[in-house]
Design a protein around this ligand. Structure first.
Ligand code: ZN
Length: 283
């Protein structure tokens, strides 16, 4: 079905025409893996917006609700496997013309599909950091700690984005939120929360990759978050060709030289597979 999608051939030609592409990926690459998206086709919130860092730090109830939901959503999040989009990007990197992959996703699925030159712009949900002493732990280990601290805790959960889940208020009330075992500080997954900035070194690494790129491709993101959108603006200012593959509109549609609407996994799979055969035919 992929090859019959409108735009696939133009996308394939665009990919074949560049040698050091800076790719920016978002939630649309992981929805097929069972990780829901925050926004609809119009870029609007589908559900309650995510936690702001200020409230997470300052309000005990917000902190407890965050961890209760994260605890409930973890099993499904951790069980997610790479999908067609992740495999297409790994194949593209192996083909040698994908310069750098910058992802707004925090799920690590690009790496699990085999991508190596990845910058996790917004961090990784599988690492946890203490806001007091900076100690790092693995999210999987923390899940065990929370499980021991909440024997018999029951909930009815509906999966939500980023390893989150919708659960009822009474269950949240009853949940014992985790604290740092060393200093008693607040624990936070090592991801960039809303209201936080991308760490400077990480941003600079992505900027350097963009400076070295000959084109930019966006896949599966509405670019509503500025930390991703600004790379598209920089690419546009630098005169790079910009392609966007997404289901629904994006904030950068009028900056794009090519916009292909549809399923990211099938479009990228078809374009990368076709691009490889074209390259071989040329040799
Ligand atoms: Zn600590």
């Amino acid at each position: 079905m992929g090859t019959s999608e409108p735009g696939t051939e133009r996308l394939q030609r665009w990919i074949a025409g560049h040698r050091r592409v800076f790719a920016l990926t978002g939630a649309g690459c992981s929805t097929a893996s069972g990780i829901p998206d925050y926004r609809d086709d119009q870029g609007e919130w589908k559900r309650r917006p995510p936690v702001m860092i200020q409230a997470f730090r300052a309000e005990e109830a917000v902190y407890r609700r965050y961890w209760a939901r994260a605890y409930a959503g973890w099993r499904r999040f951790a069980a997610a496997a790479p999908g067609a989009a992740h495999r297409a990007f790994a194949a593209w990197e192996a083909a040698g013309t994908l310069g750098r992959l910058v992802t707004q996703n925090v799920d690590g699925l690009h790496q699990r599909a085999g991508s190596r030159a990845v910058i996790d712009l917004h961090g990784r949900l599988d690492d946890v950091v203490c806001l007091g002493c900076g100690q790092r732990t693995s999210r999987a280990d923390l899940q065990d700690v929370m499980s021991e601290a909440n024997p018999g805790w029951r909930f009815a959960a509906v999966p939500a984005p980023d390893g989150d889940a919708e659960i009822d208020a009474a269950a949240v009330e009853a949940f014992a939120a985790p604290r740092c075992e060393r200093c008693g500080g607040l624990l936070k997954p090592d991801v960039v929360f809303f209201g936080e900035n991308v760490p400077v070194e990480r941003y600079e690494a992505a900027r350097a990759a963009l400076a070295d790129a000959d084109a930019l491709l966006v896949a599966g993101s509405s670019l509503m978050v500025y930390s991703g959108f600004r790379f598209v603006r920089q690419a546009h200012d630098a005169g790079l060709s910009i392609a966007i593959v997404n289901r629904g509109r994006t904030r950068a549609d009028d900056l794009a030289d090519l916009k292909v609407e549809g399923d990211v996994g099938s479009l990228m799979t078809a374009a990368i597979a076709a691009g490889g055969s074209v390259d071989e035919a040329r040799r």
